[in-house]
Ligand binder design. Structure first.
Ligand SMILES: [Fe+2]
Length: 192
C-alpha cells in the first residue's frame, strides 16, 4: 500500500526539517519546499492538529526560526501588520485571504493598499519578504488551518500594526491579537 512507507506528518519532524532548511543558502525557499512537501498531504496535517477553535500555537521559537500553527476562526479579519523577517505561509485546510499594503509616500506612517492580494487555499504556499505588510482574513464559515514559518524570533521581534480605526503605525500588541481571536471564536460559537 503506497503511503505506508512514507513518514506520517509529525510536528517534531516538521520543525527539524525547517531547522535544516534555514541553514541553506536561500532559507526562505528551502522552507517553502518543506511546506510544499508537508502540505501535499493536507488531511494528515489537519488530523494531527485537530484544531477546535481559532488561535495561535507556537511549535518552535528560537532567535533564527519560528514555526507557528495558526487557526483562523470563521470570518476573522486581522488588521495590517508586518513581521520584519521573511515568512512562508502554507494552508492545510480552508482559505486565508491576504491583502498587501505599502507605506504611504509622505512620512510613511499610514498605508496604501498595494494590490495583488492573494487567496490561499489548501496546499498553497506563499513566501513573504522582510518588508511585507499584510492583512489576513478567513472568508469561510469554517476554520482555516495554516502553518506559518518565520525567519527569526516572531514573538520578541519589535514590529508594527495598523489598526482599522486609525490606519496609523503603532507597535504590535499581542494582547489585541488575542482579543481578536477571542471575539472571533465567540462570534463563531454564537452562530454555530
Ligand atoms: Fe502576518
Amino acid at each position: 500500500m503506497k503511503g505506508t512507507l512514507e513518514a506520517m506528518f509529525d510536528v517534531e519532524n516538521l520543525v527539524a526539517e525547517c531547522q535544516t532548511a534555514i541553514k541553506e543558502h536561500t532559507p526562505a525557499l528551502a522552507v517553502r519546499d518543506v511546506l510544499r512537501r508537508t502540505l501535499d498531504r493536507p488531511l494528515e496535517v489537519a488530523e494531527a492538529f485537530a484544531a477546535q477553535e481559532g488561535g495561535l500555537e507556537f511549535l518552535h521559537v528560537s532567535p533564527e526560526l519560528t514555526v507557528l500553527h495558526v487557526t483562523w476562526a470563521p470570518g476573522m479579519q486581522l488588521y495590517p501588520h508586518n513581521h520584519e523577517m521573511w515568512a512562508v505561509i502554507g494552508i492545510y485546510g480552508g482559505q486565508e485571504d491576504n491583502t498587501f499594503f505599502r507605506r504611504d509616500g509622505d512620512g510613511g506612517r499610514s498605508l496604501i493598499e498595494s494590490g495583488g492580494g492573494k487567496a490561499l487555499r489548501e496546499r498553497d504556499v506563499l513566501t513573504l519578504g522582510d518588508d511585507t505588510i499584510h492583512a489576513v482574513a478567513n472568508p469561510l464559515e469554517r476554520l482555516t488551518g495554516a502553518i506559518h514559518v518565520y525567519g527569526g524570533d516572531f514573538v520578541n521581534q519589535p514590529r508594527s500594526q495598523w489598526p482599522p480605526e486609525t490606519r496609523t503605525e503603532e507597535p504590535f500588541d499581542v494582547s489585541r491579537l488575542q482579543d481578536q481571536f477571542a471575539s472571533a471564536n465567540a462570534a463563531w460559537r454564537g452562530t454555530a
